[in-house]
Write a protein that binds this ligand. Structure first.
Ligand SMILES: [Zn+2]
Length: 149
């Protein structure tokens, strides 16, 4: 039982001991004495030494400035959303619109009107320009109403 209490006390100091942060000679001696007879604390010390060693390695890794810049840029772009080229964004916007119900309806109206105009042009070559203009105007106003909603 007293062994356990001592282990608890020693273990609280093991990190500092492994990092060479303890200045109290007496405490160092006490720890070393305990470590000689306690395999469990000894193992914990080895773990601490391993962790500190790895931390040192990580801290000492010299990242080139270029690499740091690239990481910063990447983080920034991730924070502000992906950098999508303008054309892609426009195509996406058009695609989103065309696949929406409003867009589908608009496309249908446009195709029907265009087909209608072609039929008129082919069947009646003497078709009044004013009539075509009125059909186009009607289509335009339908589109306008669709957009307004
Ligand atoms: Zn111990």
């Amino acid at each position: 039982m007293s062994q356990n209490i001592e282990c608890d006390k020693i273990r609280k100091k093991l990190k500092d001991y492994a990092a060479d942060d303890i200045k109290d000679e007496l405490l160092i001696k006490k720890i070393e004495e305990h470590l000689e007879k306690c395999i469990i604390c000894k193992r914990e010390l080895l773990l601490w030494q391993d962790v500190l060693e790895k931390q040192k390695i990580i801290r000492n890794i010299n990242l080139s400035n270029d690499f740091k810049d690239r990481i910063k840029k990447r983080i920034k772009s991730l924070e502000s959303g992906p950098e999508v080229p303008r054309v892609v964004r426009q195509v996406n916007a058009i695609n989103t619109f065309l696949t929406s119900p409003k867009g589908c309806l608009l496309t249908q109206i446009f195709i029907i009107t265009a087909g209608f105009l072609f039929v008129i042009l082919f069947l009646y070559k003497e078709t009044n320009i004013l009539f075509i203009f009125l059909v186009l105007l009607a289509t335009a106003s339908m589109m306008f109403l669709l957009f307004k909603k």
